[in-house]
Ligand binder design. Structure first.
Ligand SMILES: Nc1ncnc2c1ncn2[C@@H]1O[C@H](COP(=O)(O)OP(=O)(O)OP(=O)(O)O)[C@@H](O)[C@H]1O
Length: 603
């Protein structure tokens, strides 16, 4: 069997469903695909069609490997030469079509191939009628152009097998028809193209070489579109002359559900195909057909529950050492870092907003505590100043990734799945590309509040002050990214503040009765990175032999900074330990972020 052909046998896709949200006992297994088989040959454009909820996307996801959990059966295809194009076209913002194509070439083509990709890009874009949109960003493209861009990006590596989920959804009749014609042309250039379409129009129905009709997770027709009408006729169903055969059979499955098991057993759930004999008639209704056994027993299994775990481990190990990417991890990192920096620098609006936000809040907090840092009578103001600075940094850094990251994740998931790059180089590029601006904006904020509040002009003290701001902001951003990678925007914007509440509570707890705080609460308080930040700032501001503060009254209890530190029970706390704990939490949140990404991408 050709390596470009996709065949599958007895594929079952099961999901767990809950009857209600309160009880675990009602967890049930639901079969979305009920042991379907079939074959999609190379050089052909095949369509999986059927009514809504029939299982079309489930089958495409199972065949392409996009879903593996709950999938069992036998699927034979060469995944390394395949690509998957999702229903929604997720593209990078702020970079042009040409730059996206260039990035795809740099990441997906081996170094040995010429690094002058211009000619290749021009050819692909011209073939897909996108040359005139070369310098546009994806945001400004029409629906059809976005779809063609998705295809163009994958065509860079000339994939032999292409899966497309609902490529015509959201397109008007003419554009949808043009899209199907394009897919047909690509398939006839010796590729296997498989797409799902809810209900092809009469104009596009005949463009497919092969149709695979699903209903209730079962195959009810497989074969040539030309012989669908004669087949139905043979089964005593007459498709009215001017009806679209696709509409007719879908309606039949809907209005007469008993035909589903009947047709399904007729086709052995996809093992048999209905193919035309050499009839020269142009009239579909008198075209002759034959039922052909298309599936022989396949050899490669994707799901073997009985395989020993040692064998599984060995396979995983060999996969680890055999890179499935065109570039080394370092090269992937460099290309991604470059692209991310370009995107950050081009996002002028966000840059200006961030600049004004840091300047504005810096001046606001600085003016509230104007020249108060030396006043021995304003002990609580000193504490509030440190808390205000830390709270500002935490809120700024935590909410942005929660709100913005989920949309970026969709592009990354698509690219990772299509083997553009690995998760680790992406993760490192993301982490390092955000650092320079994070440090820059924190320095602006720290400088303003430090000097307006009148803290001592000691460079090393300012350095520590700014360093703590940067460390806290990296910790908070790590938590924000972990939430953004785990939840969608709606859930994340509820989870973020809810998670912050205990950290905040622990940050302000017990400052006014430090002597009476129970030991176990001290242990718990260590987990609050916000408190860690506040304590570190207080130690930086009042520790390291800070001189006595000014006192404008007869007696100032807190004019000696050591008294304040003793009152807060932090006189023996080392700044080094506090920063180490913050770094520990930073690593923990970043690891959580990485694991969350892994879980989402490889489920
Ligand atoms: N994770 C899941 N848990 C429970 N049910 C699911 C899950 N995924 C899909 N389903 C259900 O399985 C059925 C098949 O879903 P699928 O998305 O494959 O259908 P489809 O034929 O592509 O439909 P449409 O044309 O409307 O996109 C639907 O009824 C859907 O609600």
């Amino acid at each position: 069997m050709s390596t470009k052909t996709v065949s599958f046998e007895d594929v079952i896709y099961e999901v767990q469903t809950k009857r209600n949200f309160t009880s675990n006992s009602s967890v049930q297994k639901q079969q979305l695909l009920k042991g379907v088989s079939g074959i999609f040959r190379h050089g052909q454009l095949s369509v999986i069609m059927g009514p809504s909820g029939a299982g079309k996307s489930s089958l495409l996801n199972a065949l392409s490997g996009y879903r593996t959990e709950g999938v069992s059966g036998t699927i034979l295809l060469n995944r390394k030469t395949s690509c998957y194009i999702q229903q929604e076209d997720y593209h990078h913002t702020l970079i042009t079509v040409n730059e996206m194509m260039m990035m795809a070439c740099r990441l997906k083509l081996k170094n040995s191939v010429s690094t002058d990709y211009k000619k290749q890009i021009d050819e692909i874009l011209a073939g897909l009628n996108l040359s005139h949109r070369k310098s546009s960003t994806a945001k400004t493209l029409s629906g059809g152009e976005k779809k063609r861009l998705s295809i163009a990006l994958e065509l860079v590596t000339n994939p032999q097998i292409m899966f497309l989920d609902e490529p015509t959804s959201g397109l008007d009749e003419v554009t949808a028809s043009a899209c199907i014609r394009l897919l047909r042309q690509l398939a006839h250039e010796d590729r296997t193209i498989i797409c799902t379409i809810h209900q092809p129009s009469a104009a596009t129905f005949d463009l497919f070489d092969n149709i695979y009709l699903l209903a209730q997770g079962q195959c009810v027709y497989s074969g040539s579109p030309r012989v669908l009408i004669p087949f139905l006729l043979n089964q005593n169903y007459t498709c009215p002359k001017y009806n679209n055969p696709a509409d007719y059979i879908i309606e039949l499955c809907d209005t007469e559900p008993e035909v589903i098991p009947h047709f399904s057993s007729h086709f052995l759930n996809g093992k048999i195909q209905c193919l035309p004999t050499n009839s020269s008639s142009n009239d579909a209704s008198i075209c002759e057909y034959q039922m052909k056994h298309s599936i022989n027993t396949l050899q490669m299994e994707i799901h073997r529950p009985k395989e020993s775990t040692i064998m599984q481990k060995m396979k995983q190990l060999s996969k680890f050492f055999k890179s499935e990417y065109a570039l080394s991890s370092l090269q992937q990192f460099l290309v991604l870092f470059n692209m991310m920096m370009t995107k950050i620098m081009r996002n002028r609006v966000v840059l200006w907003i961030q600049l004004f936000h840091h300047l504005g809040c810096g001046f606001f907090i600085g003016l509230i505590f104007l020249n108060s840092a030396n006043d021995g009578m304003r002990m609580f103001d000193h504490l509030k100043f440190c808390m205000g600075c830390v709270f500002f940094v935490v809120y700024t850094q935590i909410m942005v990734p929660i709100l913005s990251y989920p949309s970026e994740l969709r592009v990354v998931k698509k690219e990772c799945f299509n083997r553009w790059y690995g998760l680790t180089p992406y993760y490192l590029a993301l982490t390092f590309s955000r650092l320079p601006l994070q440090i820059f904006f924190n320095l602006i904020f720290s400088s303003i509040v430090y000097f307006l509040s009148g803290l001592p002009m000691e460079p090393w003290r300012f350095f520590l002050f700014a360093l703590i701001g940067v460390v806290v902001s990296i910790v908070a951003e790590g938590l924000g990214l972990a939430i953004g990678a785990t939840f969608n925007v709606t859930n994340g914007s509820a989870v973020g503040p809810a998670l912050m509440a205990p950290f905040l509570g622990l940050a302000i707890y017990g400052f006014d009765f430090a002597a009476d705080v129970p030991i176990f609460m001290y242990a718990l308080m260590k987990f609050s990175f916000i408190r860690g930040g506040v304590v570190s700032l207080v130690l930086t501001v009042f520790g390291f032999n800070r001189e006595k503060l000014e006192c404008s009254d007869v007696y100032c209890h807190f004019d000696d900074p050591k008294v304040l530190l003793r009152y807060l029970r932090i006189e023996n706390v080392s700044l080094f330990t506090e920063i180490s704990v913050l770094i520990g939490l930073m690593i923990a949140f970043r690891a959580l972020f990485y694991l969350s990404l892994r879980k989402r991408f490889y489920k």
